[in-house]
Design a protein around this ligand. Sequence first.
Ligand SMILES: [Zn+2]
Length: 335
Amino acid sequence: MSAIFPTVRLRRLRHHPVIRDLIRETELNLDDLIHAIFVKGEEGEKNPISSMPGHYQIPLSRLDEEIREIVSLGIKSLMVFGVPSFKDGVGSDSYSDNGIMQKAIRQIRKVAPDLLIISDICLCQYTDHGHCGVMDDHNSCIDLNNDKTLEILVKQSISHVKAGANMLAPSGMIDGQILTIRRGLDEAGFSHIPLMGHTAKYSSSMYGPFRQATEGAPKFGDRSTYQMDPANGREALREAGMDVLEGADILLIKPAHTYLDVIYRVKQAYPSIPLCAYHPSAEFSMIKAAAANGWINERKIVLEVLTSIKRAGADFMVTYYTKEAAGWMREKTSS
Ligand SMILES: [Zn+2]
């Protein structure tokens, strides 16, 4: 008897729904999802982000209720992005004790002591030119001063941890950011704080709605002198190797569902290092737009996309769909 058709029939294991459940290789859980929010200003109403339906710039006065809702949905981890009212050439609001992020983190920590707060470490929201670091000259993004930027990222990191952040996610693709921040944190007495490096963050078109949300679009040029070329897959392994050597606790790939091959390759190369994928704003907004037009089944598409990101090799992910996914997963569990 040979192990081919008709002896072997792979459909046998697909007939019964419980067998399908038993042999399912990838299971998406709410614990796999990190939610993300945008905080801006002290008072007023939540400001809807038109390109990201359901997401808002949230003033501090409305932050408590937002956090209570997130916790009530069973969400355990949160990435926070601050939109400062003051910007300058070196992004000084990013490390001010009275900066928007520091205030937001302190407030969230009070309302939800057990919520994991992950803070984004980068300067693009805070600089008047919108680039992710200090520029030697405002004429070209080639002039991003790598090592001066690192000094500011360390100050920003220490200040976020002092405010109450549990984990930092340096996202600027600045060479040496993991090593330098790690040393800075250790010297400041924060050796217990993990770093989730944006290991392979591509110079992608998938961040457009996010830049509306954070008001952080570059005023000139683009980010291609520090973020990766979308055409490059092998280079992600080199970036991952550097991050591992520099002491990254978690590797992160961004975008996610258009970069599943990169997620797969990095996971294969570094199976023992936890891998996060960032499902970015345009990947969210494209699904939202199609769903709003009635062209797709939003719930099925989203759960399939997020499961695919995990199947490719991500252990967990950041997504703007966390709130909705929490509801869908709860319905599935109780049905
Ligand atoms: Zn940035």
